[in-house]
Design a protein around this ligand. Structure first.
Ligand code: ADP
Length: 371
């Protein structure tokens, strides 16, 4: 096999990348947007457009990003009609994402019927969590009947970054207690013990945990009941409120961290307050996960904010020197796309920046599965 084609299909867009198996480099990548709304008529038409860009490149296999694998999928899986049916069954847990992922799978399988198609799940890496971390304190029968538990997301990124951490440090993965901070538009934290996810901040859905671009993250669930009763908000309105109109957007009017920071630099009180809430939430998770792991060897920043924003990295860890957590300001402020250490030499805890690469991880898992 020479190249793996990676497909990330959303409801109105398809992101794709062709990755050379030998060199692990990207041969081409792109994004088709506005499917059904001024762009291609549907996912099949979009996939035809995507494949037209491949001109001459040989596709050995296709790796599909699938958001929710429920409790069924703990690793990358060859897509068969049975697997498609199982992904459909899990779709109730991710009604916005899984059906869109399936549209991409169907379109790609129709267009490339002679190669293997593999599903790589955002939830899979977190299937190693123990029950004490994934169980919500609900009546057990009800939770079991509806599959209510913590699943966690961004697993492909957390796995890739925790493995790169061990490689960067030249230490065995099995010996490392790592906290991975995936801070993008969506954001999550994972406690990784010896290469296994043992706790993560997202839950049944990607709504739980950190303050995100437009999502609340953690909130007292009674707020929903209260807003339903007092403000008359319907469940669809609450869903929209918590997922699309909250987080940084709700606090400041913009969901993009660069704009929030610029506003804060210009003295906006709302932006300063939002950054304080954002940081407070992250630090709470760091503290909790140090307790869960019984210590920490490495804290690693990744994704849009984690990779690019020195100030927020520093503010996230400020005052934690008593735990051996320090940042070297010169290293931290150096702008770079490389994997790098930002803690001083000899610090008790390694603090790193590791750019994530979910497409490469999907390609690796696809190749590994197909052998
Ligand atoms: P996703 O993949 O979840 O859409 P990304 O990982 O691309 O998100 O992260 C997007 C976020 O990263 C945005 O909030 C954006 O403002 C932020 N970001 C990107 N570059 C920078 C930067 N240089 N400084 C601050 N924030 C940044």
């Amino acid at each position: 096999m020479t190249a793996v084609f990676i497909v990330n299909s959303g409801s109105s867009s398809i992101k794709y990348q062709l990755i050379d198996v030998e060199t692990e480099t990207s041969l081409l990548s792109g994004l088709i947007e506005r499917i059904g709304d001024g762009g291609p008529a549907d996912h099949t038409a979009a996939m035809t457009e995507v494949l037209a860009t491949l001109d001459g490149h040989d596709v050995g296999a296709v790796g599909h990003r699938v958001v929710h694998g429920g409790s069924r999928f703990a690793e990358a899986t060859l897509i068969t009609p049975e697997v498609i049916a199982e992904i459909e069954q899990v779709s109730a847990l991710a009604p916005l994402h899984n059906p869109a992922n399936l549209l991409g799978i169907h379109a790609a399988m129709a267009a490339l019927p002679d190669v293997a198609h593999v599903a790589v799940f955002d939830t899979a890496f977190h299937q190693s969590m123990p029950p004490d971390a994934y169980t919500y304190a609900l009546p057990v029968d009800l939770a079991a009947k509806y599959g209510i538990r913590r699943y966690g997301f961004h697993g492909t990124s957390h796995k890739y970054v925790s493995e790169r951490t061990a490689a960067f440090l030249g230490r065995p993965l099995s010996s490392l207690r790592t906290i991975v901070l995936h801070l993008g538009n969506g954001a999550s934290v994972t406690a990784v013990d010896g290469g296994r996810s043992v706790d993560t901040s997202m839950g049944l859905t990607p709504l739980q945990g950190l303050v995100m671009g437009t999502r609340t993250g953690d909130i007292d669930p009674a707020v929903l009941v209260h807003l339903h009763r007092e403000a008359g908000l319907s469940f669809d309105e609450l869903d929209d409120l918590l997922n699309k109109r909250s987080g940084l957007l709700g606090l400041t009017g913009t969901g993009d961290m660069r704009d929030v920071q610029e506003a804060a630099a210009n003295g906006s009180e709302a932006a300063l307050a939002a950054l304080a809430v954002w940081r407070h939430r992250i630090r709470g998770y760091i503290g909790a996960y140090i307790a869960t792991l019984g210590g920490v060897d490495a804290i690693v920043f990744t994704a849009g904010i984690g990779e690019n924003n020195a100030l927020l990295r520093r503010r996230s860890l400020a005052g934690l020197e008593f735990l051996g957590i320090e940042i070297d300001d010169d290293r931290n402020e150096l702008s770079s796309r490389a994997e790098r250490r930002i803690s001083p030499d000899g610090a008790g805890v390694e603090v790193l920046v590791i750019p994530t690469n979910e497409e490469l991880e999907i390609a690796r898992q696809t190749v590994a599965l197909l052998g």
